[in-house]
Design a protein around this ligand. Structure first.
Ligand code: ADP
Length: 422
């Protein structure tokens, strides 16, 4: 284990994992703080996915330190704290306190902070975070229900979250490359700054920043700034040159899609799938009990499981979702359907399903928990941000692709399985 990362949410962790695999590192994602008895995975990078983004500060710090401790004992040489590329944090601000605690534990005294991810239109200029062409606080993020971001100046935002001080490595320096960035960060550290927000508006910048931070104990940021880390380890002869970092064991078995996302892209993907695959639609109002709903779906799938992938979906357009929520209550509806999907997943695995695509972030969480999966080896991406993964450590070998609602292209469900055949 060379790189050990702590991520503040599940899909963010997967995103970082994919970036590391692309950089040539064999990567495993662990779900939740590993237990001391957990075996260390055979991987170059390990990313511990927490659910700490909106957790109280004390809890976020405690869990992050516990994860760090486990990663350090596993021999990791460098550590990464992954947060959202829109710097999502609550009023109380978890990012600063968690980073402070990690810096203190590692004794490094300093870390860079760079959430930029130009591929996804997140850039940092003069310390200000832009989403597309607009400032963070004008991007819609100012209305986020859980983590409203009302200030785009990250020097200020992080400054409010830490008892240390925050400096800036500006665009003009970053443009000059890794050596200039390294010098600027060293100067800020010597001036007593604990953090440097580092500007970045292109992938070339992110790679240069990664190179400049090769000797840093801790790097903090979005997945973008991890882009150049594999190359650092290769330069140091710690990582093999040519290796397919995303190769997964082959797994034979039935293929299924479980869709609990009602996001627009998932609805489009389902419409495409309907033309070619058998689809069972769950009607939560027919009988809003997870046991009954899942039994009906499993009875159908028992007859359909076979050569082609099958699809089981609760996904519905906004007017139907509103109707379900009006009758059942918003939270209750969500919980019943998540529980239904989790039970269906369990039933399908018992019937020999081994390749499973799940659509929906919360839905994925419920399924993974029910299946007892605690570790995912990251494979090649079907679409950006959605890799196939191999669930390790369980009694049954499984391939899972966990898709956040709006991710993936229109033919995602079809291509995901085709990719496994090729
Ligand atoms: P996304 O990634 O698109 O946000 P999630 O799985 O995170 O998808 O969230 C979708 C939520 O909607 C889940 O809680 C799910 O149980 C719920 N849900 C799914 N289908 C329906 C439906 N037909 N009516 C109401 N809620 C639904």
């Amino acid at each position: 284990m060379l790189l050990g990362a702590v991520a503040d949410d599940f899909t963010g962790a997967t995103d970082l994992c994919s970036m590391l695999v692309r950089g040539g590192m064999r990567t495993v994602q662990l779900i939740g703080v590993p237990r001391h008895i957990d075996a260390r995975p055979d991987a170059d990078a390990v990313v511990v996915a927490l659910k700490s983004r909106t957790a109280p500060v004390g809890e976020a710090v405690r869990e992050s330190l516990a994860a760090l401790d486990w990663l350090r004992q596993g021999g990791c040489r460098q550590f990464f704290f992954k947060y959202c590329s829109t710097f999502d944090s609550t009023e109380q601000g978890n990012i600063g306190p968690v980073a402070d605690a990690l810096i203190a534990a590692l004794g490094s005294g300093f870390a860079l902070a760079c959430p930029a991810f130009p591929t996804n239109a997140r850039t940092v200029y003069q310390g200000h975070l832009f989403v597309g062409g607009v400032l963070l606080n004008e991007s819609g993020m100012e209305h986020h229900p859980l983590t409203p971001m009302t200030d785009a100046n990250l020097v200020r935002v992080l400054g409010r979250q830490t008892d240390g001080t925050v400096g800036l490595v500006p665009y003009a320096t970053v443009e000059q490359g890794a050596m200039a960035i390294r010098r600027a960060m060293t100067a800020l550290k010597e001036q007593g700054r604990r953090y440097a927000i580092v500007d970045a508006v292109s992938d070339a910048h992110l790679i240069a920043i990664g190179e400049a931070a090769a000797e840093h104990a801790l790097i903090t940021g979005g997945s973008g700034v991890a882009m150049g880390l594999g190359a650092n380890f290769r330069r140091a002869h710690l990582l093999a040159e040519h290796r397919d970092a995303g190769s997964l064991p082959a797994v034979a078995g039935h293929a299924v899609v479980l869709a609990g996302s009602c996001s627009r892209m998932t609805l489009t993907q389902l419409a495409r799938a309907r033309a070619q695959l058998p689809v069972f639609e769950i009607d939560p109002l027919a009988s809003p009990h997870a046991a009954k709903l899942s039994a009906a779906a499993l009875e159908w799938s028992h007859r359909k499981l076979g050569e082609t992938p099958i699809v089981i979906a609760s996904s519905a357009p906004p007017d139907k979702v509103a109707e379900v929520q009006a009758q059942l209550g918003r939270d209750a509806a969500g919980t019943v359907i998540e529980d239904t999907m989790a039970r269906i997943a369990e039933g399908l695995v018992a019937e020999g399903a081994r390749r499973i695509v799940v659509a929906g972030g919360e839905t994925s969480g419920a399924v993974v928990q029910r299946l007892g999966v605690r570790s995912l080896r990251i494979g090649a991406e079907v679409d950006p941000g959605v890799p196939w993964t191999y669930a390790e450590g369980g009694s049954t070998p499984l391939l899972l692709a966990l898709k956040s609602g709006n991710f993936g292209g229109p033919d995602f469900f079809l291509r995901a399985f085709q990719m496994l055949e090729s």
